[in-house]
Write a protein that binds this ligand. Structure first.
Ligand code: CA
Length: 672
């Protein structure tokens, strides 16, 4: 009898999360189980959006990079900030109800890498909030009080894996994956736990292990037939770090899977093969994690074309017939429409220039890969780049316009494996590796790096697009008010007309935006909420600073309405620090080169070429970086670990000195 009651509760909870007509809440990562990020609320529309103003805001002085989607449940807004610090606030005014700090700094140990302070979101189910920390804890909190109910470790602390994604709660369970395909010889998997107790329900591996150990299930046996050589020595990768969708209608779970480890397929699977289930959508039975079907977007991936991007459910007309589909715009640049009842491809067309493949064959469902795309004979220009044509920044779908709104990236790279000794290549246990050289090309596929694209999944054609100067822009929200909202790398929060992309409203947040907006209606008032705090894995790349500063710019939760009267203190203008010129360190180029080789651990936060982008202080202007003792205290002894700066305990005095030489060299260069 008790079992019956619990199961009927969970069914009700999933019906509630799947309910597209709910206007007052934002219950799941993509609002509802469909992950459409479409709201039926019409109060803010194309005519009045020009009057949108800040209703209330929260300054978040202890946060840095903010990339997450807040949730709204029964009038409470929940969000995760830096290092998984979760706050519950009154969704009408921002008044703090509770906060929870899982002490990530105290648990991180040696498991650090760019991204470890950032999380893309939380999950709600049956009165609980779920969060997953970088070092692998999945934690359930009481949504009313913020008290921890249970915590489980989902990754082996010895493995170089990490979690930046939101857990996915569904059907009485909560699912979490992990990332790390490039970090070490890792074998990706997802795990489902009982939402009430945290007991392990099931685990599904994405790539097969060593056949000598036996396969976990028939799906792994099937997958093993698509690998060659001794793939298990390299782990294989496939890590699922994003893109989990629960189909309440069909009671099916879809997992978007990661790229191969290493990237070069000739190393991980020496005689070729599709390498299932890399770069795929895998449909699983949510009850026991058993395999239902898969569709592989990039067979034998060689380009980091993971399929971890969001999986959006809809019903659309296919040849005039209403069809249950999923839509997916992975890194590889094709927009996929797949029949979610059987996993069969309906259509796939490129939404950017794709030099790796000319088309996807509609009969076989396989891409037609261009000659030398897998860098068999020297260097090759490839677009999309490993940034992807689309990354984790949320895509939305508006059933009224029939368009999907994709934060699109236009980038290219040169792949060249000719300098790699494929026979002797090994993954560096500390550094990982990809087994191919990559460099910047002379030309780009477009004169701009990013765009907002409105894509018609029925015709597989671009409806409209807005170019963005930078490639790393926020996710999208679309509404029945006929609007699309998006924040940009340049700190503008924009509202566009959903039918044609006309810019109708813009707000200058004064700091780069990486998170997607949400909307909810309480007490008759529609709110739009957005976290502002430049971040994410690629926010630190490039040779140019956008002027977003670690110390100067205020990270914020902004909430807008048509009646807002809040006065928001202005942000300082973009700031470009002056490097300190310190002649007590005479830069030795050979020593600086050693430092450059160590700096790969630093650039995700401190910025490529020591040009900070806002996630951490600019080391060229840091007084700590010119003081040997202070530098050792922070970098090796962990004096700032609570602020997100890990302790690199293994660094020797000479290595610390080499880093200082490299930093000075870059400081002098930028002074010239
Ligand atoms: Ca990857």
């Amino acid at each position: 009898m008790i079992i019956f009651i619990i199961s009927s509760c969970t069914i009700d909870e999933d019906k509630r999360i799947a309910d597209e007509s709910n206007t007052s809440d934002w219950l799941a990562y993509g609002r509802t189980h469909s992950e459409q990020r479409f709201s039926p609320v019409t109060d803010i529309d194309t005519a009045n959006v020009k009057d949108l103003t800040v209703d209330w805001f929260l300054d978040l002085p202890n946060d840095v990079a903010l990339v997450s989607t807040p949730l709204v449940v029964d009038g409470v807004l929940y969000f995760t900030g830096t290092m998984n610090r979760i706050r519950a606030v009154d969704a009408t005014n921002g008044k703090l109800i509770w906060q929870f700090d899982p002490d990530v700094a105290g648990h991180i140990g040696n498991n650090r890498k760019p991204g470890w302070t950032q999380s893309r979101g939380i999950s709600y189910y049956n009165g609980k909030i779920f969060t997953a920390t970088w070092e692998g804890r999945l934690i359930a909190l009481d949504a009313m009080t913020g008290k921890q109910i249970w915590s489980v470790l989902t990754i082996d602390p010895e493995k170089k894996m990490g979690i930046t994604g939101a857990p996915k709660a569904f059907a009485g369970k909560v699912l979490i994956g992990n990332g790390g395909s490039e970090a070490a010889p890792n074998r990706g998997y997802v795990t489902a736990y009982d939402a009430e107790t945290g007991d392990l329900a099931w685990r599904f591996y994405i790539v097969p292990g060593n056949p000598a150990d036996g396969f976990e299930n028939d799906a792994m046996k099937m997958a093993s037939e698509t690998w060659t050589g001794e793939w298990w020595k390299y782990g294989g990768g496939g890590n699922a770090w994003h893109g989990f969708t629960y189909d309440e209608e069909l009671h099916t779970l879809y997992i978007g899977t990661g790229n191969g480890g290493p990237w070069n397929p000739k190393v991980r699977s020496e005689r070729g093969g599709d390498n299932l289930f890399l770069s795929s959508i895998v449909a699983l039975n949510p009850d026991d994690g058993s395999y239902k079907w898969h569709y592989q977007t990039t067979p034998g991936d060689a380009w980091d074309y993971n399929s971890n991007m969001d999986i959006v459910l809809a019903s659309i007309k296919v040849n005039g017939v209403d069809t249950k589909v999923l839509m997916h715009a992975p890194k590889n640049g094709f927009f996929y429409v797949i029949n979610r009842e059987n996993g069969k491809l309906i259509s796939a067309k490129p939404f950017v220039e794709t030099t790796w493949a000319s088309e996807v064959d509609s009969i076989t469902g396989r891409p037609t890969i261009n000659p030398n795309a897998r860098y068999d004979s020297g260097h090759v220009y490839i677009t999309p780049s490993p940034h992807g044509a689309h990354s984790w920044h949320a895509m939305s779908y508006n059933p009224h316009t029939g368009l999907a709104y994709i934060p699109t990236i236009h980038d290219a790279v040169i792949f060249d494996a000719s300098k790699i000794n494929l026979n002797e290549w090994k993954m560096n246990p500390g550094k990982g590796g990809i087994a191919v050289g990559i460099s910047d090309p002379d030309s780009l596929p477009r004169p701009y790096y990013g765009s907002l694209q409105a894509w018609n999944p029925v015709t597989q054609k671009l409806a409209w697009m807005v170019p963005h100067q930078e490639l790393w822009n926020g996710g999208t929200l679309t509404t029945a008010g006929g609007l699309v909202f998006q924040g940009t790398a340049l700190g503008k929060f924009n509202a566009y007309r959903a039918t044609d992309g006309k810019l109708l409203w813009t707000y200058d947040a004064g700091l780069g935006i990486s998170a997607p907006p949400i909307t909810y209606k309480i007490n008759g008032k529609q709110h739009i909420a957005l976290l502002v705090g430049w971040g994410g894995a690629f926010a630190g790349v490039g040779n140019k600073s956008l002027g977003w500063d670690y110390n100067r710019h205020t990270r914020r939760l902004l909430v807008f309405s048509l009646e807002g009267k809040a006065i928001v203190p202005p942000q300082p203008p973009p700031y470009f620090p002056s490097p300190i010129i310190d002649n007590t360190i005479m830069v030795d180029d050979a020593v600086a080169e050693t430092g450059r080789n160590l700096y790969w651990q630093c650039f995700g936060c401190h910025g490529a070429n020591v040009i900070a982008k806002g996630m951490a202080p600019d080391l060229r202007a840091s007084s700590i970086a010119i003081n040997k003792d202070a530098f050792a205290l922070v970098v090796r002894e962990g004096a700032k670990v609570n602020m997100g700066m890990p302790a690199y305990k293994e660094l020797t005095d000479n290595e610390l000195s080499a880093l200082m030489h490299f930093i000075r060299k870059k400081a002098h260069e930028s002074q010239n």
